[in-house]
Design a protein around this ligand. Structure first.
Ligand SMILES: [Zn+2]
Ligand SMILES: [Zn+2]
Length: 212
């Protein structure tokens, strides 16, 4: 069962072997992965960990820039769940305290495990999805955060649903529901009326811009 013994592949073994000083390792010195650098200006507000505990990180920001549910089929497949819950942060807001060498990457368009943005980041050992790393921001999965109070959890309440047309189940929570990407598709189902009206007005103004 040789295949089984090699199934634990972390980033140290992701195709950048023999290139320890090359560009492929530059990520170790940049946000969001600047681990092991103790920074007196970084004040940990939240602690989070993957299922096995190899990956642990802190967050300094009290509230994410935004938080959303995504119902797209890629999220369904990669998370093994009906939908995904993600919170947006700056790369400087996160500090990995453990598991630097246990992170695994996956870039879904080229289907490569080399670190290439935007990519999915997971624990290479227990496979817990950690975050999506974009070029400028990170979308992390708040289910990893060890919330200490319902108020803390409330800071991560999603503002909307995306790709709601792909949903596995209806969620009648009265939040805005975008047919595709947020702010750039149709508001459908039980989206708040005032949001639908605002979107119609914005679309009409944009239409006028194009005509003039
Ligand atoms: Zn893990
Ligand atoms: Zn998605």
């Amino acid at each position: 069962m040789a295949e089984h013994t090699s199934s634990y592949r972390a980033n140290g073994d992701n195709g950048d072997e023999g290139n320890t000083e090359g560009d492929l390792n530059a990520w170790k010195h940049r946000a969001p992965y600047k681990v092991h650098d103790s920074d007196p200006n970084f004040h940990a507000r939240y602690e989070a960990s993957c299922h096995c505990g190899k990956i642990r990180y802190q967050l300094s920001r009290e509230k994410p820039l935004d938080s959303k549910y995504c119902h797209c089929t890629t999220c369904q497949k990669l998370h093994g769940a009906p939908f995904q819950w993600a919170a947006i942060f700056h790369k400087e807001d996160i500090n990995f305290t453990h598991g630097h060498s246990d992170l695994g990457w996956y870039e879904s368009s080229e289907k490569t495990t080399v670190h290439k943005l935007p990519c999915k980041v997971s624990c290479a050992y227990c496979r817990t999805p950690i975050m999506d790393e974009g070029r400028n921001m990170i979308l992390l999965f708040p289910t990893l955060i060890n919330f200490k109070s319902p108020e803390d959890r409330k800071n991560f309440d999603p503002s909307c649903h995306m790709f709601y047309t792909r949903r596995i189940l209806d969620i009648n929570d009265g939040k805005p529901k975008w047919s595709g990407i947020s702010n750039d598709s149709e508001l459908i189902e039980d989206s708040p009326e005032q949001d639908k009206k605002r979107k119609r007005e914005e679309d009409a103004a944009e239409g006028n811009d194009k005509k003039s």
